[in-house]
Design a protein around this ligand. Sequence first.
Ligand code: FAD
Length: 323
Amino acid sequence: MSFESPRSAPSEGSCPAPAVPFSFELYPPRTVSSSEALRDTVLRLAQAGPRFISVTYGAGGSTGGRSLEILRFIRENTDVEPLAHLTCVGNTYAGATRLIREFLDAGILSFLALRGDPPIDESEPFLGDLESAAQLVQLIDRVQAARAPYEEEPVPGLPGAVRVSPRRRVSIAVAAFPKGHPRSAHRTQDVEALVAKQAAGATLAITQLFFHADDYLAFVERARAAGVTIPILPGIMPITSSARLNRVLELTGEDLPSELAIALQVEPTAEGRTGIGIEWAARLAREVVAGGAPGVHLYAFNQHTTVLRVLEDAGILHAVPTR
Ligand code: FAD
């Protein structure tokens, strides 16, 4: 993935490449009306000049088609690199291979390879053939390598003529857990998992959300000491309500950030709570960037206003683009 450099120069009307790279995460739409709203969000986020926009993927393939649809929209309507999350829980080698081919055929060349979480109601999770994200990294690499090394493009105005060019290699990112994965037995397990994913071919790590800059910075230090050399991009989520805070604590197993929890609880207005979430996320972004982070990755919740304001408050984006 072009985390180090954008896919192409920003188009007219979009912002010039920012000094601190940033990216966004979206999830696939659930209804027709949310699909239309999401397309508008994509266009607005793209105007800000992110390095990539990633789209989540439901474990077990529950959102596959809808994820690909929005990735295609990003690819065909913006200059931004679309990055596909892919999970391996519950998939066979043949199934995962078919899926990877489908994404490659759609022109998607950047992936976030994940183990995925089994559905909550399954007491005995079905892991399929692939059991870890590292195995999925290797499979994506193998599927790409098995494709023809060149691609053909028609030459406009010359019927039957084709231009042959070498295929771009896929880029594969992986997840990292600054405060440990909820199911890890001990802290070193997460650094070891990241070393294994790098050895399998990953070229970027994106972290789970965290609430204090030191959690991220200390994790990066431990990872570097263990031999991890790939960029570790901090994942930052603006938490704009107590309900959202409770939901992410449940999902991630993070400790309750009491200062933020109390601030959200005592603030009477939704607007005030949004401001608290933006301020917290912007401070985190400033602190991790000052500590050496290679950029920031924002969990956008399919909305552009909040994350763009976080970037503006953090001094990363100087003017929120308007249409
Ligand atoms: P691995 O790299 O295989 O494992 C990571 C760590 O978890 C290791 O330390 C490993 O030892 C430990 N671990 C994992 N499972 C177990 C276990 N059963 N017992 C003990 N230790 C275990 N999920 C989705 O379904 N769709 C998405 O789109 C998605 N996007 C994500 C994006 C980011 C940036 C992050 C951080 C997570 C995302 N997830 C997503 C969640 C992710 O799938 C889960 O956290 C999953 O449990 C671990 O995935 P992994 O790829 O890190 O797995």
